[in-house]
Design a protein around this ligand. Structure first.
Ligand SMILES: Cc1cc2nc3c(=O)[nH]c(=O)nc-3n(C[C@H](O)[C@H](O)[C@H](O)COP(=O)(O)OP(=O)(O)OC[C@H]3O[C@@H](n4cnc5c(N)ncnc54)[C@H](O)[C@@H]3O)c2cc1C
Length: 468
């Protein structure tokens, strides 16, 4: 069995196959993990890609426990979601879903919305169900939300949160795929805010029975430990510096054309590897290149998937007093504010392990680049760092001396779940279903978060095993 792509999706597949098949993982890069990468900054570990995993769904946390990282799982310091907007840091009151407040009155006095924006938000009421959704279709997030809660609330509350997760835009992202919990509400025509209030109240009732669990969890020493641990525990043969270049169908023992030969470029030169089955755990362009010759229909769909590039800046400063407010874990920036950075994290506050690693330093992270802002990735490191430092200073106050900084670019960072994404994925899966012994997994399909990627990897492995 060959898994192509040593990101967390491919590694989760390899883990699921442990003890049941002989597995080789081909990874083009010099290390496993893909977008989970922990580097070093001034001698302290820092995450340069994903820095936490979703805890409200179980897959990533469970995998960490299974591979022996259970004791290293940690919660972030409690802190409200905060926006840097209208020239101030403004916390979003609790009781919101993806920035949409269940109770508009909670926003009074926060300065997050203008008086007109607040009044418009409060007018939300049942609007007839969206026909696009009632017949199983799709609509953009803005297409659903703007008529209900107004453009300003979407621009200033929802857009920055989605920018953080998808690096995408509400007028392009699919309601069905990027905010799936809202699709049934939209199709029913129920009041959005009334639905959110019911949801908040039922969660409040549940949480009154104990402390509210963290939405996300981290790993002491960095999330980059997760793929390394999975790779080691899976027992798979993991070949880094090994890029799959082409696939060839070869005769099987019983059925002609049922085996696969992978032509690869490895650190030791060209190689061919044979397998009964392949798990392709790659972003869309790489998957299209490999699978296109065998399935033009899949390639046609894969070619339409856009990616948003982004860059993560990690920076170590000397600590100054007073420094950032102690309950500030970071902030999000609405695009309408016209800043360069879209989000920042005070890593030294958010993660106790990060503070303990370097108590005399302030470790910050800033990210830049949403879909359509890829030009920012062309700025050189010094320029980007200077822009980010100036904006961080404007947002949180004077910073100490910059001791070290690092810019990590992710040109193909996040697939865009644009309107019609679910149909696109279904079409790709249907086309690939005609190729015996090929399964797909990765951030492209059923969610971009690490937990969703783990789920797709394990499911792909289960399908391979089920098909014998
Ligand atoms: C900056 C950033 C921050 C993020 N933060 C979070 C977060 O905090 N929490 C969260 O849950 N999610 C986060 N995400 C999303 C999440 O990290 C990714 O969606 C997820 O890690 C993708 O995993 P994957 O295995 O599907 O793909 P990838 O990580 O892209 O892995 C694919 C692998 O395939 C390899 N490859 C490509 N072509 C070939 C080839 N031809 N042959 C062999 N190998 C090949 C690549 O080198 C790569 O290692 C973030 C993403 C980014 C970009």
């Amino acid at each position: 069995m060959i898994v192509i792509g040593g990101g967390i999706s491919g590694l989760a597949a390899a883990w699921e196959l442990r003890g049941k098949a002989e597995v080789t993982v081909l990874e083009a890069g010099d290390r496993v993990g893909g977008k989970l990468r922990t580097g070093s900054l001034a001698g302290t570990p820092v995450d340069e890609g994903a820095e936490s995993v979703m805890a409200l769904r179980p897959e990533a946390v469970r995998l960490a426990e299974e591979v022996g990282l259970g004791d290293s799982l940690c919660d972030p310091a409690p802190a409200p979601v905060t926006f840097w907007t209208r020239d101030a840091l403004r916390p979003l009151p609790a009781g919101h879903v993806m920035g949409i407040p269940a109770d508009p009155a909670a926003l009074n006095g926060t300065g997050l919305l203008s008086a007109e924006g607040l009044a418009r938000l409060a007018q939300e009421e049942a609007i007839p169900a969206s026909p696009a959704l009632t017949d199983g279709g799709d609509i953009s997030i803005a297409g659903y939300l703007v008529p209900r809660i107004g453009q300003e609330a979407v621009d200033r509350l929802v857009e920055p949160l989605l920018g953080g997760i998808y690096a995408g835009r509400t007028d392009q992202l699919s309601l069905r795929s990027a905010m799936p919990f809202l699709a049934p509400v939209a199709a029913s025509g129920d009041s959005l805010l009334a639905t959110l209030r019911r949801r908040r109240d039922s969660q409040g009732a549940a949480s009154s029975q104990g402390p509210r669990p963290s939405v996300v969890r981290g790993i002491v020493g960095g999330t980059g430990r997760l793929p390394r641990a999975v790779a080691a525990a899976s027992g798979a043969r993991v070949l880094t510096h090994s890029t799959a270049l082409a696939l060839e169908r070869t005769p099987g023992n019983c059925t002609p054309g049922n085996r696969w030969r992978v032509h690869a470029a490895t650190g030791h030169g060209p190689a061919t590897l044979d397998a009964d089955a392949l798990i392709v755990a790659l972003p869309a362009p790489a998957a299209a290149t490999l699978l296109g010759p065998h399935s033009p229909a899949a390639r046609a769909e894969l070619d339409t998937v856009r990616y948003a590039g982004s860059a993560v800046l990690t920076m170590a400063f000397t600590r100054t007093r007073p420094g950032p407010a102690p309950d500030l874990n970071g902030f999000l920036v609405p695009p309408v504010d016209g800043r360069t950075i879209k989000a920042a994290t005070v890593l030294s506050h958010k993660w106790a392990w990060q503070r303990d690693e370097a108590p005399s330093r302030l470790i910050l992270r800033a990210s830049v680049g949403r879909v359509g802002e890829e030009h920012l990735l062309d700025l050189d490191d010094r320029h980007l760092t200077a822009l980010a430092t100036a904006e961080l200073t404007a947002a949180i106050g004077p910073l100490g001396s910059l001791l070290a900084s690092k810019v990590t670019r992710w040109p193909q960072g996040l697939p865009q779940y644009e309107v019609g994404h679910a149909d696109r994925v279904a079409a790709v899966r249907e086309a690939i279903g005609k190729l015996p012994g090929v399964e797909l997994c990765g951030a492209l399909y059923e969610g971009v978060g690490v937990a969703a990627c783990v789920a797709t990897g394990r499911a792909a492995a289960e399908r391979v095993l089920a098909n014998g």
